[in-house]
Design a binder for this molecule. Structure first.
Ligand code: UT7
Length: 329
C-alpha cells in the first residue's frame, strides 16, 4: 500500500462580494451581530446562471495548469457538493466534459460540510490500493442557490466557492494522508436540511410556497454538536496516533462559525497561531472551506513541506470527520 499525497491545490471564488453592510439592507441584521456571532465579514456569491460545476471547473483547471498535466491524465474525480448543478447527471460528469477529461471516471459525494474530507479519504483509497495514480478531489458549492435571502438566521452565514486537490502516490513513506476518523449520526438530520426536492417531498407549488427548497437549520443545536464533535474527533485521531497538539503545525477546521473553531481550539489546547481561520472573507462555503483554508495556510506560511495538518469537519447529516496529513510540497 502506498500512501496518497496531496501534490497540488487550487481554489476559485466568484468575483462578486456581499458584505455585512449589504445584508443590513435586505434583512433585520447588523454588521456587529454577524461579526460577533459568526466572525464573518464578507462572502463571495455567484451571478445568476453560474453553477457548481462552473466554480469547480476554474479550480480544477488551475490544478492541471500548475501541475503541468493534460486533462486526460486524471484517472478519477470525486466532487463533494450539496448543490449539484442538477440531481442528475452528476456534477462530476458535467465537469469531466467541460475539462475535456477523456477516459476518466468519477462521481458526486454528498456529506454536507464534511463532504470534502470524505471525498479526500475516498480518493486516497484508490491511490493507496494502487488502482489509480492521479485522482482529483473537488469541493464546490453554490450555497446562494439554496439560501432564503429573507431568513436572517441562515442568509448571512453562507458563501460560494470551490477548491480542488490532486492526489498522487507519495514519494516517501512518511508523507501524505496518514490517518482518518469519520463518523455519521443520522439522528441529527432534522437540524440541518433542505426538506424538499428529493423523493420524500418532490417539488410542487406547495413546497416552493413553503420555502422548503432552502437550507433550514436549528443553529444552536448544530452549534452545540459541532463544538463537542470537533473536539472529540480531533482528540481521538491524535490519541490513536500517539500525537499531541504540540506535534500539529496547522489545524484546519471547517469554517462554519468562528466561535466553534475557537472553542474547539481552546479545548484542544491549540495556540491560536496554529489555527487557520478565514471565515471572515468567505463565510461557510460548505464543501469548499477546507481547500480555501488550506490555500490560505500555504499563503500565510503556516503550511510548508513536511508540516503536519489536522483537518476536522462537522456538517449536515450529521457527518463528522478528521484527517492527519503530512504535507508533501
Ligand atoms: O456548516 C454546517 C454546520 N453548521 C454550523 O456549524 C452552524 C452552527 N450554528 C451557528 O453557527 C449559530 O447557531 C448561528 C450563527 C447560526 C446563529 O447564532 P446563535 O448565536 O446560535 O443565534 P440564535 O440562533 O440562538 O439566535 C439568537 C438571536 C435570536 O433572537 P431572539 O429570538 O433571541 O430575539 C435570533 O433571531 O439572534 C437572532 N438572530 C439574528 N440577529 C441579527 C439570528 N440571526 C440573526 C442575524 N442578525 N443575522
Amino acid at each position: 500500500m502506498r500512501r496518497a499525497s496531496i501534490t497540488e491545490i487550487a481554489c476559485y471564488t466568484p468575483p462578486r462580494v456581499l458584505t455585512n453592510a449589504d445584508f443590513e439592507k435586505i434583512v433585520d441584521t447588523s454588521d456587529a451581530w454577524i461579526r460577533e456571532r459568526t466572525g464573518i465579514v464578507e462572502r463571495h456569491v455567484v451571478d445568476p446562471g453560474t453553477a457548481t460545476s462552473d466554480l469547480a471547473y476554474e479550480a480544477c483547471k488551475k490544478v492541471l495548469e500548475q501541475r503541468g498535466l493534460r486533462p486526460s491524465e486524471i484517472e478519477a474525480m470525486i466532487v463533494a457538493t450539496v448543490t449539484p448543478d442538477t440531481l442528475f447527471p452528476a456534477t462530476a460528469c458535467l465537469l469531466q466534459d467541460k475539462l475535456g477529461m477523456k477516459g476518466t471516471w468519477g462521481f458526486d459525494l454528498s456529506a454536507g460540510c464534511s463532504g470534502f474530507l470524505y471525498a479526500l479519504i475516498t480518493g486516497a483509497q484508490f491511490i493507496a490500493s494502487g488502482v489509480h495514480k492521479k485522482v482529483l478531489v473537488v469541493g464546490s458549492d453554490v450555497m446562494s442557490s439554496i439560501i432564503d435571502y429573507a431568513d436572517r438566521k441562515t442568509c448571512v452565514i453562507f458563501g460560494d466557492g470551490a477548491g480542488a486537490f490532486l492526489l498522487e502516490p507519495s514519494d516517501s513513506g512518511d508523507v501524505g494522508i496518514l490517518d482518518f476518523l469519520h463518523e455519521i449520526d443520522g439522528s441529527g438530520g432534522p437540524f440541518l436540511q433542505m426538506p424538499a426536492g428529493g423523493s420524500r417531498m418532490p417539488p410542487s407549488l406547495e413546497t416552493v410556497q413553503k420555502k422548503l427548497h432552502y437550507v433550514h437549520q436549528d443553529g444552536p443545536q448544530v452549534f452545540k454538536y459541532a463544538v463537542r464533535k470537533m473536539f472529540e474527533i480531533s482528540k481521538a485521531i491524535l490519541d490513536r496516533n500517539s500525537l499531541t497538539v504540540a506535534d500539529i503545525d496547522v489545524f484546519i477546521p471547517h469554517q462554519a462559525n468562528r466561535r466553534i473553531i475557537e472553542a474547539t481550539a481552546e479545548r484542544l489546547g491549540l495556540c491560536c497561531d496554529k489555527v487557520l481561520i478565514n471565515i471572515d472573507r468567505y463565510g461557510n462555503t460548505t464543501a469548499a472551506t477546507l481547500p480555501l483554508a488550506t490555500a490560505d495556510a500555504i499563503r500565510q506560511g503556516k503550511l510548508k513541506k513536511g508540516g503536519l495538518v489536522l483537518y476536522v469537519a462537522v456538517g449536515a447529516g450529521y457527518t463528522a470527520g478528521a484527517a492527519l496529513v503530512r504535507w508533501a510540497f
